[in-house]
Design a protein around this ligand. Structure first.
Ligand code: PMP
Length: 421
């Protein structure tokens, strides 16, 4: 067998522009690596021998404040057992699309359980949450229609809108007057309003009551991504729409399995005709293999625990509140919100990477999110039900010490203290 020679990275060999030139020229990440400020692709070693919220990183145990395992179920013995039993019964994969050979009874059961949990007629599951958003937006909004996107949407929703042949307009973050002006700009087209319930990077919460009220007033439809709300908000844990009393008014509600539901995959729940349509006309659903049995059974088990153990979500929100309040008192700029995601604004990118790096040196992992992944540079702290008050204080004290050491400019404590009251 012969292997094609890879062209040298010195540039094109002929007059024709080389399509790979952009790869050779991409040096943003390498520059950070050379400066010792690169914070991505750490390789974690699992949780064996670790305490709650801890994880191995090389030979060190670190305190994990960067995981979306909100309800602390990915290592729950019941969930692991359910996944293992599914492998024994059904094997490790289905090797085919749901439409053809890839449907097992557990797929159908999970869809029924999710529909019932979300108070909708039907549900459909996808390989990832990203795929669900991308696939559903692209399939539901077509030529001659209008998608109104919240400004701070996750990439999967933006990419779904870009893939769709519908016209797309954005409305300003949490600005309902701007949304209304956008609705007035529709020329009789069918309109889909797309929002997250908890904004994934900032951790603030959408006013879904206002969104659904405006949708009704202007005859528009609504799509709400509950990736970070499901399992955490609402009387039964169904999400922010349930908490705000408008779940029945949201036309399409989306959730992911990769956060509170302890696995990987995603779903939407809606009326039966919408789900039926997607089952036949959503390309990524039709032309992709079904969710593996272990993930399906892990999710079914996590869903049962989520419903039976509401104290998990209550504990998690108390910890997040404590961290949000205390960091504000210290003068950090913390985005307002009431969710498990505590976002601290660090305007300077180098300072952001330094903070994340040094936190890790101190044994704490937090996500550093640089623009354009978020609208501002953020230290994104994710709380889970496994965190204790002692963990929260450990994080707060290390952040305070690092801010002093790195000369991070903080707001005046007096002002911050007033804010926190
Ligand atoms: N929506 C939002 C708001 C998200 O934050 C994410 C992932 N972080 C997704 C969708 C995609 O979910 P998944 O990881 O299941 O692909």
């Amino acid at each position: 067998m012969t292997v094609d020679a890879v062209p040298p990275p010195s540039g094109p060999q002929s007059e024709r522009k080389d399509i790979f030139e952009k790869c050779w020229k991409f040096n943003r990440a390498r520059a950070l690596q050379e400066a010792g400020l690169y914070i991505y692709f750490e390789t974690f070693g699992g949780r064996e021998g670790c305490g709650p919220s801890e994880m191995m990183l090389g030979s060190r145990k670190i305190l994990m404040f960067g995981s979306n395992d909100y309800l602390d179920l990915t290592w729950d013995p019941r969930v692991k057992e359910a996944a293992a039993a599914a492998i024994h019964k059904y094997g490790t994969g289905c090797s085919g699309s749901r439409l053809l050979n890839g449907t097992l009874p557990i797929h159908v059961q999970l869809e029924e359980e999710l529909a019932e949990f979300m108070g909708k007629e039907a549900a459909i599951i996808f390989g990832t949450g990203f795929q669900a958003n991308y696939a559903v937006i692209a399939a539901l909004a077509t030529e001659g229609e209008l998608i109104l996107c919240e400004h701070n949407l996750h990439a999967s929703l933006v990419d779904g809108a870009l893939r769709s042949s519908a016209r797309t307009l954005r409305y300003r973050h949490n600005d309902m007057q701007h949304l209304e002006r956008r609705l007035q700009q529709a020329n009789g087209e069918g309109v889909l309003i797309v929002s997250e319930s908890v904004f994934s990077m900032e951790g603030d919460i959408a006013d879904l009551k206002a969104v659904t009220t405006l949708a009704k007033k202007y005859g528009a439809r609504t799509y709400v991504d509950e990736a970070h709300g499901l399992g955490i908000f609402g009387p039964t844990g169904a999400g922010v729409a349930e908490e705000q009393g408008v779940l029945k008014d949201v036309d399409v509600v989306m959730g992911t399995f990769s956060k509170s539901l302890a696995a990987a995959g995603g779903f939407i729940a809606a009326t039966e005709p919408i789900v039926h349509y997607l089952k036949h006309l959503s390309q990524p659903f039709v032309f992709s293999a079904s969710v593996p049995p272990a993930s399906v059974e892990a999710v079914r088990c996590a869903l049962r625990i989520l419903r039976e153990e509401p104290e998990r979500r209550h504990r998690l929100l108390r910890i997040a509140d404590l961290i949000r309040r205390e960091l504000s008192v210290l003068g950090f700029t913390v985005i307002d919100g009431n969710s498990p995601v505590v976002a601290v604004v660090i305007p300077d990118e180098i300072m952001l990477f330094q903070m994340a790096k040094e936190l890790l040196e101190e044994g704490i992992y937090v996500n550093g999110v640089a623009r354009p992944a978020a609208t501002q540079n953020l230290l994104r702290i994710s709380c889970t039900a496994a965190h204790t008050e002692a963990h929260a204080w450990q994080l707060i004290e290390v952040m305070e010490r690092l801010a002093k050491r790195l000369n991070l400019e903080l707001e005046k404590p007096a002002k911050a203290a007033r804010l926190a009251l």
